[in-house]
Design a binder for this molecule. Structure first.
Ligand SMILES: Nc1nc2c(c(=O)[nH]1)N[C@H]1C(S)=C(S)[C@@H](COP(=O)(O)OP(=O)(O)OC[C@H]3O[C@@H](n4cnc5c(=O)[nH]c(N)nc54)[C@H](O)[C@@H]3O)O[C@H]1N2
Ligand SMILES: Nc1nc2c(c(=O)[nH]1)N[C@H]1C(S)=C(S)[C@@H](COP(=O)(O)OP(=O)(O)OC[C@H]3O[C@@H](n4cnc5c(=O)[nH]c(N)nc54)[C@H](O)[C@@H]3O)O[C@H]1N2
Ligand code: SF4
Ligand SMILES: [Mo]
Length: 734
């Protein structure tokens, strides 16, 4: 038996795990109690990683479509097939007829993420889509507008806060999002033990709400009304923007907000005036208040405006960039900021519905129509990296027909999923135990700062995902996969490019260094680890290649429990602000315009649908592992007793849920945890069979109900929460 350490790569909590292995087989997994960041935390999903690793249904060989099925193929054959088809499509149409979709796990897989980026660079297409526009892009756009920096995302300092107002987030189940907070239950208990309060605003009394001091129901999509009302009430009570924030447009924003009537906020949110007054009073009285919003505030009609107002409220409370407030944590890896050359939105638009580009991508709301609408620039080929858009994106039925019509669909995935039923080639991803792990994308969003890296537990039995990305980049140029020497050459060129970029970057620790000596210094690391070593050593805690004492990747690898880097530092605004004037922009035109859209919008009528997550799934995957069967992973429609009575429904009745876009079926679960008038269905399920995941549990695909055209206008992000639905009984209970 051998003991190994591994950071779980499934979600943002990044739990440190301790594995017992018998040769190549992991026989036991436990949370690592010595981990400086996660302190022993783990959930059922992390513990099921051994099952995932050993799962016979996990893909291990490339598959090529043949008739109605797939046949196994060699990597060489798969890359040649892809290279040739890609060439045919580009010749027949154009570079813009090739699209890519970036799925959520790429954010937790540094090899895949960096390899894929090289490939996307080689493609040169603007048709780039990602799970971001069914997730966090509104928050990133809000930060881009405010700070000129979409990656400057404030995080609640839960260890020092004494009042946390949380909108549309359920960290007890999700383990935090754009906020790395393993063991959140303990953090909430500690907050309460020191006399602090967690207040949750959510149309469902969630698992987190049960631990909170107070919970308030809110009508879906109406958080912006509440936030404006709170800002008004606070100002009426004498609160003013604390001095010291470099800010432009504050007064202009306040004048615009004054057009909203607090009484209207009550009608829209369903909150009593006295509740809003109480919240305002409590926020004002708190010493260290902080406001945080997540999926419920981004995946809705006013995602950008709501995310923006969360930070405006944090500013008014003096919480932004202050201890106990909404802070900007740091990570070892040097993540270069985007150039501060204006807001990265609307520099071009999508072909069919003219959705503005957002942070270099197209909203997924445009994906199906870009594929199924003929004309110049029509998408004919799609590369899908660790994603399952057929289940996670809106209007699944239309997207299904669109995917079926593609001339080339390539999926890189651990499993055969709903989307890859229509693939021409499926390339298997590496088992999590066969790749190194470092949270490069989200590392600067921790509840405290830490340096943590896991090397691969086992040597990969196939090309790792970094190599797959580089090989695809090679195939897109040469029509075939690379030889080992060509792969090494491609890798060297990519690494040299990254070194040059850091040398040219004044914010990196190796600004102006010599290319050859840096290349030589990172030479001992291989694969994507070479890039990680580079980024760590050039970063905030790095050794700057001998310019000072500091971290290297090897040092991090030598500390399997991680290295604690302390509490987030206050006063980082000047570092993160990227607007040319070095100020916060409180009144961007996009936000002022959207405020008008809010006040002119009509309330949603009738029953309204929102989503929920289960501890035993991660979005659409992990539905197949025996350890994760049962429990809370049930695809039921949660409904309040009052609504059930009005619809003559009983617990367990199978209902048809109908929206303007589609219909699905699910059993009803009557519960007082729902706000009357709001029903909840988890996302991630589907009815599809034949997925080569023999044990997958079927269920209703939520996103069949979601209209592609319903978006948060500034960001194009899909409004997947707050869908008007009709619910009718389908089958009598037995
Ligand atoms: N209605 C509704 N829809 C939603 C949401 C919601 O709340 N409600 N949430 C949205 C959110 S927040 C997100 S992030 C998206 C997610 O949307 P997607 O990213 O499109 O979908 P996932 O279900 O995360 O699928 C991930 C796929 O990656 C594969 N995979 C996992 N790990 C790896 C790996 O290391 N390598 C490779 N190659 N493949 C891997 C899995 O097998 C799975 O097939 O869904 C969104 N959709
Ligand atoms: N177990 C598990 N963990 C996960 C995932 C998973 O699928 N399963 N997914 C991971 C991913 S990709 C992400 S992005 C995170 C998401 O992390 P969270 O945002 O914490 O997760 P959700 O559970 O979707 O919480 C959203 C909440 O918003 C509420 N809500 C819906 N509409 C509204 C609204 O209009 N206003 C308000 N105030 N609330 C609303 C819902 O009822 C729900 O409770 O979780 C991550 N962690
Ligand atoms: S909470 Fe669960 S899925 Fe998330 S990192 Fe920890 S063990 Fe993995
Ligand atoms: Mo997500």
């Amino acid at each position: 038996m051998a003991e190994h350490y591994r950071i779980c790569s499934i979600c943002e909590a990044g739990c440190g795990l301790r594995l017992e292995a018998d040769g190549r087989r992991v026989v036991e997994i436990r949370g690592n109690t010595d981990d400086v960041f996660s302190q022993g935390h783990s959930c059922a999903k992390g513990l099921a990683l051994a099952e995932l690793d050993a799962d016979p249904d996990r893909l291990r060989t490339p598959l090529i479509r043949e008739g109605n099925g797939f046949r196994e193929a060699s990597w060489d054959e798969a890359f040649r097939y892809i290279g040739e088809r890609l060439e045919t499509v580009r010749r027949a149409y154009s570079d813009q007829s090739v699209a890519a979709y970036i799925g959520n796990p790429t954010a937790h897989n540094v090899g895949l993420s960096f390899g894929m980026s090289t490939f996307l660079g080689a493609l040169g297409t603007r048709q780039i889509y990602s799970a971001g526009t069914v997730d966090q892009v509104p928050k990133q756009l809000a930060c881009e507008l405010l700070f000129g920096n979409d990656m400057a995302i404030p995080v609640p300092d839960i260890l020092r806060a004494d009042y946390v107002l949380m909108l549309g987030a359920n960290p007890v189940v999700s383990n935090g999002s754009l906020w790395l907070v393993p063991k959140v239950r303990d953090r909430i208990r500690e907050l309460k033990a020191r006399g602090g309060r967690l207040v949750i605003v959510d149309p469902r009394r969630t698992e987190s709400a049960r631990l909170a001091h107070t919970h308030h129901f809110i009508r879906p999509g109406s958080d912006a009304w509440l936030l404006v009302a709170l800002i008004q009430r606070l100002r009426e009570s004498g609160a003013a923007l604390p001095p010291g924030y470099p800010i432009a447009g504050w007064q202009a924003l306040m004048t615009s907000l004054d057009t909203v009537r607090v009484e209207d906020a009550c009608t829209r949110t369903g909150l009593a005036l006295s509740t809003i007054d109480d919240l305002a009073r409590e926020l004002l009285a708190a010493r260290n208040p902080v406001v945080y919003g997540r999926v419920g505030t981004t995946l809705q009609r006013f995602g950008t405006l709501t995310s923006f107002l969360v930070e405006i409220l944090n500013l008014l409370l003096g919480a932004l960039d202050r201890e106990g407030g909404a802070m900007f944590p740091e990570q070892p890896y040097h993540m270069p900021f985007r150039p501060s050359d204006g807001v990265h939105r609307g520099r071009y638009a999508s072909r069919v519905s003219a959705y503005p580009e957002v942070l270099g991508q197209m909203p997924v709301a445009a994906l199906a129509e870009e594929i199924d609408t003929p004309g110049d620039g029509q998408v004919r080929a799609l590369f899908c990296f660790a994603g399952n858009p057929l289940v996670s994106n809106p209007d699944s039925r239309r997207l299904e027909r669109a995917l079926e019509s593609l001339e080339l669909l390539v999926c890189v995935d651990l499993y055969h999923n709903e989307t890859s039923r229509f693939a021409h080639v499926i390339l298997p991803g590496t088992s999590p135990f066969e790749e190194g792990h470092y949270d490069h994308f989200l590392g600067a969003m921790g509840y405290r700062n830490a340096a943590r890296y896991s090397p691969p537990v086992f040597a990969p039995e196939q090309p790792d995902e970094w190599q797959v990305g580089l090989s695809l980049a090679f195939a897109s140029r040469h029509g075939r996969g690379p030889s080992p020497a060509e792969l090494a050459e491609t890798e060297d060129a990519v690494v040299a490019g990254a070194v040059s970029a850091l040398i040219a970057d004044p914010s990196s620790g190796i600004h102006g260094a010599d290319l050859q000596s840096v290349m030589a210094a990172i030479e001992p690391e291989r694969g994507v680890e070479r890039l990680l070593d580079l980024g760590v050593r050039a970063g905030r805690y790095g050794d700057h290649f001998g310019r000072r004492e500091g971290l290297t990747l090897a040092q991090m690898a030598a500390q399997p429990n991680g290295i604690d880097l302390g509490m987030p530092r206050a006063g980082r605004l000047n570092e993160v602000l990227q607007h040319p004037g070095g100020h916060i922009d409180a009144a961007p035109a996009l936000i002022l315009e959207d405020l008008a859209r809010l006040t002119q919008s009509l309330p949603t009528e009738g029953l309204v649908l929102v989503g929920r997550r289960s501890t035993r799934m991660n979005n659409s995957w992990l539905r197949n592992l025996p350890m994760l069967a049962g429990g809370t992973a049930l695809c039921t429609l949660h409904m309040h007793q009052q609504d059930a009575a009005e619809h003559s429904l009983e617990d367990g009745d199978v209902v048809c849920i109908r929206s303007a876009t589609g219909e699905v079926q699910a059993p009803v679960e009557i519960t007082d945890s729902m706000m009357p008038g709001v029903v909840s269905l988890p996302h991630g399920f589907s009815e599809a069979q034949n997925l080569r995941q023999r044990r997958t549990r079927p269920g209703a695909n939520y996103n069949v109900l979601a209209a592609a055209g319903e978006v948060d206008v500034p960001s194009g992000t899909s409004a997947l929460n707050g869908i008007s639905v009709a619910v009718t009984r389908l089958v009598e209970t037995a």
